[in-house]
Design a protein around this ligand. Structure first.
Ligand SMILES: Cc1cc2nc3c(=O)[nH]c(=O)nc-3n(C[C@H](O)[C@H](O)[C@H](O)COP(=O)(O)OP(=O)(O)OC[C@H]3O[C@@H](n4cnc5c(N)ncnc54)[C@H](O)[C@@H]3O)c2cc1C
Length: 205
């Protein structure tokens, strides 16, 4: 299912679609860089895909910089993170993690929300965002938003607290006022390029 990109409120349409799909076998999809690989291995015949990538809602697609927090929409791409100068200057751990993820081509379509919701132990942005004490904004099919720390959101490899009627909308990071910033990301894998990490370290203090 795709969204009407002219729709005034993509979020309301998303709620309607979530409601209508509750009895179905469905998956949300954003950049499709993780899900495609999974579905190539095995795709149930009755599977419905809800494609979020055409949503134009600013809450999902934008980066909002406020005095005490920065809010990143779930559909913001990894490349947008790499290009954002505020993130580069204030959150080097996130900028470095984004720059280390896959290839330039994949970074243009892969989303922050997809990286988190995949809940892979080797997720580069997930590691950086936990170091930044990020919180998730999660919307259910009635439009109610709940907030949860990212470390609480992860329940195990491939497992999150997301319910069937919920979608990740945004991630918020508290802005650190300290000028003495020690922040970075180290990734250790078998190869130096296009590699998922074996061990990664994200630090920010
Ligand atoms: C060749 C290759 C190299 C890669 N290298 C790396 C790497 O170095 N580091 C790394 O961390 N990752 C890597 N990845 C994995 C992948 O690119 C990232 O995890 C990416 O950020 C996933 O985002 P996506 O938008 O493509 O997610 P999708 O594939 O669209 O979705 C992933 C999962 O998240 C769910 N989902 C997506 N958006 C939402 C939402 N808003 N709300 C609820 N659920 C949602 C989907 O249902 C699905 O289960 C690589 C992938 C490939 C193919």
């Amino acid at each position: 299912m795709n969204f009407d990109v002219e729709s005034p409120s993509g979020r309301e349409e998303l709620q309607q679609i979530l409601r209508s799909c509750q009895s179905k076998n469905f998956r949300l999809v954003a950049g499709n860089t993780d899900l495609l690989l999974e579905l190539k291995k095995s795709a149930p015949e009755d599977l419905t895909l809800i494609n979020l990538s055409q949503l134009k809602d600013e809450a999902l697609t934008g980066i909002a910089i406020n005095p005490d927090e920065i809010r990143i929409g779930a559909l913001v791409t990894v490349a947008q993170i790499c290009r954002n100068s505020f993130i580069r200057d204030n959150f080097p751990v996130l900028s470095e993690a984004a720059n280390s993820l896959a290839s330039a081509q994949i970074r243009e379509v892969a989303t922050v929300g997809g990286n988190i919701c995949q809940a892979s132990p080797s997720g580069d942005l997930s590691c950086a965002l936990v170091a930044l004490h990020a919180t998730c904004g999660i919307m259910n099919m009635d439009g109610q938003i709940r907030h949860e720390t990212l470390s609480g959101f992860f329940r195990g490899p491939g497992q999150t607290s997301l319910q069937k009627d919920e979608v990740l909308i945004s991630i918020s990071i508290p802005v650190n006022q300290s000028k003495k910033l020690r922040s970075g990301f180290i990734k250790i894998g078998k190869r130096s390029a296009m590699e998922c990490s074996i061990v990664s370290i994200g630090y920010h203090f």
